[in-house]
Design a protein around this ligand. Sequence first.
Ligand code: MRU
Length: 341
Amino acid sequence: MKVKVEGKVLNYKNIWFEGGKLHFIDQTKLPFKFSIFTSNNYRQTAAAIKEMKVRGAPAIGVAAAYALAQAALEFEGENLDGFVAHIKKASSAMKGTRPTAVDLFNAVDEILKVLEKGRNVEDCRELILNKAEALAEGSLQACRRIGANGEKLVKDGSSILTHCNAGALACVDYGTALAPLRLAHSRGKKIFVFVDETRPRLQGALTEWELQNEGIPHAVIVDNAAGFYMQRKEIDLCIVGADRIAVKNGYFANKVGTYEKAVLAKENNIPFYVAAPMSSFDFSIKEIPIEERSGEEVLYIGGRRIFAKGARAKNPAFDITPLEYVTAVITETGVFKPAEL
Ligand code: MRU
């Protein structure tokens, strides 16, 4: 992704692993400060995911995989049972960070699977490192292909609504919902993006930051304004990301507010697309756990309390949208209507 630092345009990935350390753009500092957070061990990586220094389904999946590589590197000794127990402990810590995005669970399980192949500690360590790198590269390539598959749906001159941040900052690079828009813009299509501010964590500020860096025309709107613009026929299509597509359940989870945007889109005959890699699919049948975050995130903005003392708040981080509201899902392998999934 393009990043503007002190007047220079640089190219950055959102997350990368070097010398046993995990580096990522610290999203709790954006959009005001561009800084890289370096995590020295899996415990720091777990804390960073919880605090949303790194966030977005694909990004936290990749971060969790690298966290297990960090756990593998820090283990001392040759005892294979001890090593496996250590990795399993780190896996539980990673799975306990955020409950909704399935990418994180899928990535941890992929790493645990390779453990079965290792004959000794050194072997296992190498297998884990290679798997984490492969997952990161796979995620990057998946987003690139989502961009290519989704770009065809974005006509020249169209206005697109997006919710939350499903951009490069939510992935290794490119993004899911933003990948088709990046590509459409780079191919010369004239597009305009409506950016939902996305209370309470304001991920819209991250989307705005990405679009500004790329030079893609856009405007931020408050979360309640989407219906207004849909009714005025100023929105041609919606593209959002997903934290978990539970195909057999017939619904997907994404940032809270997605459901009402999808219902409004259907009411106004506006196509509603979900862009997500296969790592965000859950083929089991079970209820999606919805993360409930602290009410303080609602009661304060930028550290300043905006409600009276004694006010209480509820703060679900995600909601559930039935697939009947979805026109199609844009994946790395193609664009599928819900019934084709
Ligand atoms: O709480 P967040 O910021 O991690 O939530 C992110 C979203 O809901 C994204 O839309 C989703 O993870 C897809 S990111 C490509």
